[in-house]
Write a protein that binds this ligand. Structure first.
Ligand SMILES: Nc1nc2c(ncn2[C@@H]2O[C@H](COP(=O)(O)OP(=O)(O)OP(=O)(O)O)[C@@H](O)[C@H]2O)c(=O)[nH]1
Ligand SMILES: [Mg+2]
Length: 495
């Protein structure tokens, strides 16, 4: 390099430096003392470190954006308790079973809390019943001697004794619930904030983000409270079994129309197993565990299984309660497929507004999703979930027309009921979609990890049974692919 070129290069560098606010900011002032120089150099090095960190973060975000663009982007939608998180767990069982296995300890505590929540429901039903009879101001028949116990007295006494024995368990449950739940008193469910911090509080260490999560790890006393929960549960095992098997308890629940087995997070039939010291939750237990989603949780899954190894999914699981639905909108932007959970629970009301029928609410959300212009190119797949509950309801003789007058005199059997509601979903889909798109639906029971849902999600069913169409994986890929082709053709004005 000749001296002229070198000189020109230096001038250029100086020009660039003059424009670079970073260099300008740390330029040596005239008459700088040694102490000032050292301070300036240290500040410069710190600023350089921050700048490098920002560059790395930007590069990382860019990489993640690129991966996101190539991955399958799925949004789970539906009202509260429709089974969105249960479907997500089915995805995790199918594609990232090892990752889910690492969380077993967390789910064990959630299942214990779910179990105790059912016990609390029973105890409060007994208490109401008890105080109801105590409030009964009818005078006793004059000929009944006050000290002769009636059958009711004996029942109440034995139930009260059981209640008393369970008191320590209930108070430990309250303490554990407080560690994770954002609303430990106001909601019947465990409500957690989006993200992993609630899992960390229950002892889960995310190996990929250990340093970020450590501050959320349980303290020594919290960990010992969690251990107390297991110990007390074991000690109360026989009382819990006795309480649930008690015919008077069953009678009280029936009178109050409390149907615990159909409620979320029901584990009372498994007390003996769950309260044993070596209990480890199975995949089925984990899917049945109930934690209410608050906000939106995005899960990045990288398939571990041989057949789909490396396939990436970004699955957003949203909170479905009415007050949470506004949080869904930012996720409409780049989603490829929506799995819409639509349980056909025609005889149930919303928890957040008991005047609103659950199925009517689901149809209302469905209409909004179908007609949303942002989602015009998105593939909508409906899961008519909780088919087990629908079957039980119909088999128990509950008449659809009592809750849905338009059902009229159609036969009250599964086939007709399912078809009737499916047709309504299909009609709205056809009428309201901004552009034509296929209507795809599956009847599912998300808690049955060996049933349709597993086949639909993983697509690892035998070729002959069920048919290929049932498999969601190839289906999502192909519909996403079709969608992309459709978009490109439209952009080039070919369709
Ligand atoms: N019986 C039955 N229970 C189900 C089914 N699908 C989900 N559940 C249970 O219903 C409860 C609620 O399911 P979640 O997946 O937590 O519901 P969600 O839609 O995520 O609800 P939010 O987070 O409140 O929006 C859980 O205890 C599930 O195990 C099903 O097909 N049948
Ligand atoms: Mg959820």
């Amino acid at each position: 390099m000749d001296s002229l070129t070198r000189k020109k290069g230096k001038e250029k560098l100086q020009e660039a430096d003059v424009e670079n606010p970073f260099v300008v900011r740390f330029k040596a002032p005239a008459n700088e003392t040694e102490e000032e120089r050292l301070r300036r150099v240290r500040a410069f090095q710190d600023a350089q470190k921050v700048s490098r960190q920002i560059d790395e973060n930007l590069a990382e975000s860019k990489k993640l954006l690129e991966r996101r663009r190539k991955a399958m982007r799925i949004l789970l939608l539906g009202q509260a308790e429709s089974g969105k998180s249960a479907v997500l767990k089915n995805f995790r069982i199918a594609f990232t079973p090892n990752q889910l296995r690492k969380e077993r300890g967390v789910w064990k505590i959630i299942i214990q809390l779910n179990l105790i929540a059912s016990i609390k429901t029973i105890l409060s039903a007994i208490h109401d019943d008890d105080s109801g009879s105590a409030d009964d101001k009818r005078p006793s028949p004059p000929l009944t001697p006050p000290h002769t116990p009636t059958k009711d007295d004996t029942v109440n006494k034995s139930l009260r004794r059981l209640h008393l024995r369970l008191t320590p368990l209930l108070s430990v449950e309250t303490n554990v619930n407080r560690m994770v739940s954002v609303d430990p008193v106001g909601s019947k469910d465990i409500c957690v904030r989006a993200g992993n911090s609630w899992k960390s509080k229950l002892g889960f260490r995310d190996s990929t983000r250990a340093s970020f999560e450590s501050e959320d790890m349980p303290t020594h006393s919290q960990a010992s409270t969690q251990a107390d929960l297991s110990r007390l549960l074991e000690a109360c095992k026989d009382d819990l079994i006795e309480l649930w098997a008690n015919t008077d308890v069953q009678e009280i629940l029936t009178t109050k129309e409390i149907n615990l087995p159909d409620m979320p997070g029901f584990f009372l039939d498994d007390v003996a197993r769950i309260a044993s010291p070596d209990y480890e939750p199975t995949d089925d237990d984990i899917v049945r565990a109930r934690v209410r989603t608050v906000g939106v949780e995005e899960h990045h899954l990288i398939a571990e299984t041989v057949t789909n190894k490396g396939t990436e999914f970004f699955i957003a699981d949203v909170g479905g309660a009415r007050g949470s639905r506004w949080t869904w909108i930012p996720y409409f932007d780049d989603v490829q497929a929506i799995l819409f959970l639509a349980p056909l629970t025609f005889n149930q009301m919303l928890e957040e507004d008991p005047r609103v029928n659950r199925l009517e609410d689901t149809l209302m959300i469905w209409r909004e999703i179908c007609s949303n212009a942002l989602l015009a190119d998105c593939n909508l797949i409906v899961f008519f979930n909780k088919k087990d509950i629908l079957e039980k309801t119909i088999n128990a003789g509950v008449q659809v027309r009592r809750f849905v007058p338009s059902y009229g005199d159609l036969p009250n059997d599964i086939a007709h009921v399912t078809k009737y509601f499916k047709d309504r979903f299909k009609a709205y889909h056809k009428r309201l979609s901004p552009k034509p798109r296929p209507f795809i639906s599956h009847d599912t029971s998300a808690i049955d990890t060996h049933s349709t849902i597993a086949l639909v999600i993983a697509g690892n069913a035998p070729v002959t049974n069920p048919p290929y169409r049932l498999c969601l994986m190839p289906f999502i890929s192909s519909t996403v692919h079709d969608g992309i082709i459709r978009n490109n053709l439209q952009r080039s004005d070919m369709i």
